[in-house]
Design a protein around this ligand. Structure first.
Ligand code: ADP
Ligand code: MG
Length: 407
């Protein structure tokens, strides 16, 4: 009897819920048995890695694609099978998968690699602990360990673009050069997974050429493909008849509009099911998908607003207060709010930049209006409900006073 099966019995008993059969299959980390529409990609990754089974070093591999195109899922699936085959053959392959976005600092990345490889079971002076070493020393200990134990290591840097944005490419440089040092046996190969298509431009040319010995691009899913992915997922996630076909189609259509993002599609499905459960509905229907879309959008906007800088928050307030909504007026109000809160105002040029970033995030719309022979001017409007903004800004000590005046 599988663990899921047992969990489900208890879950059902505890909550009285009847829609979701297997909640785990709707979470981010779940990798389904089959990954339709990713045969080519799976094959390429598998073929690249297959030489590991002959104890040879695979080429480094760089995978690109927009979020939700199945990159992480494909790599995890291939590695799962690689481990299985290696075990049958009595080979040891070590494959740390490091999400460099959640690891956050460069040192934490090294620490996670070390942990994963089992360095911290070594004698004390060879260990790599959570703090206390320089980056250079930590890297040396990892490479020495690989060399000494003659390990075959495939190191996966997921969300590698975020690592390079935050910390530059030093770590990657060290690891791409590592094989020169581990010459006595063992090897290290790298798989980089990037959400950004222009990621390579940020790399030092030596790192770039080494890391992309092989490359592969993952394309966004089409609506029909998302539909099939969702139907498969709904089958394992929901009880029979607990979701409408029309709801699945709508979900696919919405996620298809947003960059063909399968993660978005599955998020919609999960949130919609939660809403339906709360309503005690006996089915997930289209209306639940629509509510889910609203909720996800609201939560995302809320998080962005809450985590933005004080100046960005003041700009948002200035846009809210503006009547005409052109850059000049917004800047004037912004400057006066800065005076009230004793903040040194940023330049108008910087403000224009921030507004265009907010535009890209979908928090404001700024239309260029033609004003006849006087040229063109911008109309800036907030797209987020005032209540959401107030809720998101209210805990900021600098801004709470301003919000009170506003009430
Ligand atoms: P990426 O790493 O490209 O951002 P993920 O691999 O994390 O995307 O995929 C996002 C979500 O969509 C995951 O829940 C994953 O299981 C699912 N998914 C992606 N591609 C497929 C596919 N071809 N079939 C089934 N599920 C998929
Ligand atoms: Mg990913």
């Amino acid at each position: 009897m599988s663990e899921d099966f047992l969990d489900n019995i208890f879950e059902k008993a505890a909550t009285g819920e009847t829609l979701i059969k297997n909640r785990r299959t709707l979470t981010i980390d779940y990798v389904p048995e089959n990954l339709p529409f990713r045969d080519e990609e799976t094959k390429t990754v598998a073929q690249t890695l297959s030489v590991v089974l002959k104890a040879a070093r695979p080429s480094n591999l760089l995978l690109f694609g927009k979020p939700g195109t199945g990159k992480t899922a494909v790599v995890k699936k291939v590695i799962e099978h690689l481990h299985k085959k290696a075990k049958e053959l009595g080979l040891e392959v070590i494959v740390p998968i490091i999400n460099t976005k959640s690891a956050n600092t460069a040192y934490k990345v090294l620490y996670e690699i070390a942990e994963d490889m089992g360095i911290n079971k070594e004698e004390k002076k060879l260990q790599v602990h959570f703090t206390g070493l320089s980056m250079g020393e930590a890297t040396d200990r990892i490479l020495d360990f690989i060399g000494k134990k003659k390990l075959n290591v495939v190191l996966v840097f997921d969300e590698i673009d975020s690592l390079v944005d935050k910390n530059g490419d030093d770590i990657l440089y060290n690891f791409t050069r590592a094989n020169e040092r581990i010459s006595k046996g063992g090897f290290i190969s790298l798989i980089g997974i990037s959400n950004s298509l222009t990621f390579k431009d940020k790399l030092d040319p030596r790192v770039r050429s080494s890391l992309s010995e092989e490359e592969m691009v993952f394309n966004p899913y089409k609506v029909e493909q998302l539909q099939k992915i969702l139907i498969d997922r709904a089958r394992v996630a929901f009880n029979d008849d607990a979701i409408d076909g029309a709801a699945i189609n709508l979900c696919a259509a919405m996620a298809g509009k947003e960059n063909g993002d399968a993660r978005k599609a599955i998020d919609l499905l999960r949130v919609a099911a939660e809403i339906a459960e709360r309503e005690k509905a006996d089915k997930v229907e289209e209306k639940h998908i629509r509510l889910a879309q609203e909720k996800i959008e609201k939560d995302t906007n809320f998080e962005i607003l809450k985590n933005s800088t004080t100046h960005t928050k003041i700009i948002i307030m200035a846009i809210m207060k503006s009547k005409i909504g052109n850059t000049g007026e917004v800047y004037e109000i912004y400057s006066s709010l800065c005076r009230h809160t004793e903040q040194e105002p940023l330049t108008q040029r910087r403000i224009t930049q921030i507004i265009s970033e907010l535009d890209q995030l979908g928090l404001v719309i700024s239309n260029i209006m033609s004003q006849g022979r006087y040229g063109r001017s911008q109309r800036i409007k907030i797209t987020v409900p005032v209540l959401t903004i107030k809720e998101a800004l209210k805990d900021d000590p600098i801004l709470s006073a301003l919000l009170m005046i506003n009430d």
